[in-house]
Design a binder for this molecule. Sequence first.
Ligand code: FMN
Length: 289
Amino acid sequence: MGLELATPILTGPVGTYSAFHADGDPAVVRATQRFGTAAIVPVLSSFTLEETAAAAPSAARIFQLLASGSVEKCISLAERARQAGYNGICLTIDAYPRGIRDRITESRFELPLAAVSANYDEDAADEMMLHTDIGECAWSWSTLRRVVEAAALPVMVKGVLTPTVARAAVDSGASAVMVSNVGGRQLDSAPSALAQLPAIVSAVGSRAEIAFDSGIRHGSDVLKALALGADVVSLGRAAAMGLAVAGEDGVLAVLRHLQEELTTTMALCGVARIAELGAHVLQAADAPR
Ligand SMILES: Cc1cc2nc3c(=O)[nH]c(=O)nc-3n(C[C@H](O)[C@H](O)[C@H](O)COP(=O)(O)O)c2cc1C
């Protein structure tokens, strides 16, 4: 995506940041600006993309959209993001339909529409929440290519778990792919994102940047992803939990903590610079002791 960042740790799109703390997405972006990294700002928000951009004007920002439903609305949101100064678009390909989540069903939890709909007009918000016809909403790769071409910004495709999908995304014009199983929240029995990472790096690593998320909780998790070929990692729940505890300062504390743990873990592995990380740093589980 061509961003110069002080650290390989980004905050990811969590479509309900303001349910974790009233300061929501603007607080997350202010924290990333202070830390010198990029935020992937979700379309599902109680703040408009312009409000979030204005909260941290010099932050690197990627705006996340859903690769489902109306193509025209998606393109017009990408154009709004470009005008608001976002540096790229992240297209999530695995968010629709929502996964089967028994605990949410049992608790009868319902997210208020206002928590996620600030970027949509009323009709679009209804459509977004209510559309159930998977056939109508799913995009083909040629549809995705249309959006990439119209976006006029570098595009990352998020939710890639196989080399075949990674190749299709890059062939459709993506500058980056995010290897992700959505933190295990969408498809029960989906493979671990980390296990899939090396094959995806071999397939497209020479043509596209590689981002990684799902399960980043410690500096050692960051190190493993970078050692297996990711250029950056992105935080989902870790960022949301930091926000819940202390707003902007909480997100910044999580970023700093992970960076410190990464530095310590690198030192313990005998590595001084991120560029020196590689699979040789990791020991296979069945390696002789
Ligand atoms: C409450 C919640 C809301 C999320 N909303 C979005 C979203 O709107 N768009 C998206 O691409 N990913 C969304 N994600 C997925 C995260 O971006 C990320 O892929 C996932 O949380 C990574 O796993 P981790 O939580 O273990 O870091 C959401 C995750 C959570 C926990």
